[in-house]
Design a binder for this molecule. Structure first.
Ligand SMILES: *Cc1c(COP(=O)(O)O)cnc(C)c1O
Length: 376
């Protein structure tokens, strides 16, 4: 927790649950990326946390934006972004949504299928298009494989076709999976991309851009490598597979820029056992799967927790949310232990909760409000 967040909680003491995000940490992460990957253009993946405060701060620092829907396009433009700094990275778009973005000056669009490419040719003639490659997502705690991308042969054929239907075949994209804990995962994906660059060059189609996606991790329970290790692995992969013909390179970090900047404070509503002899306590909080902690699905993302009794004896616990739905359980298999002194009314803090929380909250399931958030 940063000093700024500690002071905010002490002075304001908002009712729980809430998220508080330290914008200086967002700026720090952005600068870290810039310093370690100076040649890479950073497109913030807006879906990770679309708060205007975050977008404005990143815009001031020179960021570009990866957007996925008309609302995200409008949000970023309303805050003053140049439409040329937007990349419409969603491969699944309605034709009228492509028109919406194109009419507002967006000129960079993703696709991963022939049908989507044809929509782009009709709705955004002359625009720069890039094809998403299907790549391995091994090592990712929140994989994004299978649903997105196509293989190299299809990417080659589609980008060659783009050239003949009034589009500019600009390049390729991939995503090695979110919360990617293995920096070496970029190597295979960059190799796949370089092979497509070569195959197209043989057909006289010169690609100029590679989008290396997001996937850079936040710090949850599990330790993660420093950003420098990711940057080093990516630079080595680029040189290994592209030699000294490096393309324009884009990255689309989401989680890395905002995850560690946020702290989510909850309150213990109830602690109980299912029988007198039960060693395991059920700890029910005032936030759960539907209140913004959607990434606890499958216990994939394991937030580090803080309580007022840390360091004292602890015992096994199942952590659950407050709604009347039995899937509203956060952790029951990951071996979370909670202090034995934990009591109803105690505050429980989720660290590194700035990414994929606020907009993952339901609009009011069981009457619980979406997660309030403060940006300081
Ligand atoms: C979600 C998403 C990102 C951001 O991924 P992180 O793992 O949060 O860095 C980047 N690009 C695309 C296309 C995405 O869908």
């Amino acid at each position: 927790m940063t000093e700024k967040i500690a002071r905010f909680i002490e002075e304001r003491d908002p009712t729980t649950p809430f998220l508080v995000v330290d914008l200086d940490i967002v700026a720090d992460r952005y600068e870290q990326m810039r310093r370690h990957l100076p040649a890479v253009e950073i497109f913030y993946a807006v879906k990770a946390n679309p708060a205007p405060e975050i977008i404005s701060r990143l815009m001031e620092l020179g960021a570009s934006f990866d957007v996925a829907s008309p609302n995200e396009v409008d949000l970023v433009l309303r805050l003053g972004a140049d439409p040329k700094t937007l990349s419409y990275g969603n491969t699944i778009k309605k034709q009228r949504d492509i028109v919406h973005a194109f009419e507002r000056g967006v000129e960079l669009f993703a696709f991963d299928s022939e049908a989507e490419l044809e929509k782009l040719a009709l709705a955004a003639p002359g625009s720069k298009v890039f094809c998403r490659l299907l790549v391995e997502n091994a090592g990712a705690r929140w994989p994004l494989a299978r649903k997105f991308g196509c293989d190299g042969a299809m990417a080659t054929a589609l980008l060659a076709k783009a050239n003949t239907i009034g589009l500019v075949p600009h390049g390729l994209a991939f995503h090695v999976g979110s919360q990617q804990c293995d920096p070496e995962q970029w190597d295979g994906a960059v190799a796949q991309a370089a092979a497509v660059f070569r195959a197209l060059a043989q057909r006289d189609v010169e690609l100029s851009m590679l989008n290396i996606g997001g996937g850079f991790p936040a710090r949850y329970v599990e330790d993660v490598a420093a950003f420098g290790d990711y940057a080093g692995a990516i630079e080595r992969a680029m040189v290994r597979h592209f030699g000294n013909h490096l393309p324009r390179t884009l990255a689309e970090p989401g989680r890395y820029l905002v995850g560690d900047a946020g702290l989510l404070q909850a309150e213990v509503v109830l602690i109980s056992r299912k029988s007198e002899a039960d060693a395991v306590r059920w700890v029910y909080l005032d936030i759960g799967r539907f209140g913004g902690l959607a990434e606890t699905e499958g216990e994939a993302i394991n937030y580090a927790l803080r309580t007022p009794h840390d360091g004292k004896p602890a015992g096994p616990a199942i952590l659950a949310g407050p709604t009347c739905d039995s899937v509203d359980v956060l952790y029951q298999r990951k071996g979370y232990e909670m202090p034995l002194d934990l009591a109803i009314g105690d505050r429980v803090q989720f660290l590194s909760a700035g990414a994929y929380t606020t907009t993952y909250a339901s609009v009011g399931f069981n009457g619980f409000e979406p997660l309030p958030a403060y940006y300081i």
